[in-house]
Design a protein. Structure first.
Length: 79
């Protein structure tokens, strides 16, 4: 596989494909809650705990695709 064939955000893009969604430039708390199938409060709790990093972006946007891909990468359970 050529490097240009690899997705920029492999975990996020895989999740988006499963959900039938497309990659966005930015995401709000509401977008992320819908994507992960949790409440907005659950997303806010993950932000507060430091598990999910939010940004101070213009408008209502809080996350970049890289932020969500990083969260997914770090969220792997170790048995």
């Amino acid at each position: 596989m050529d490097q240009t064939d690899q997705p920029a955000y492999p975990l996020l893009e895989a999740l988006l494909r499963i959900k039938g969604l497309t990659l966005q430039a930015t995401y709000t708390n509401r977008d992320v809650a819908a994507l992960f199938g949790v409440s907005i409060r659950a997303i806010q709790a993950r932000i507060k705990s430091g598990d999910l990093v939010a940004r101070d972006l213009p408008g209502r946007a809080t996350f970049l695709p890289a932020d969500l891909d990083e969260y997914l990468r770090k969220s792997r359970k170790v048995r």
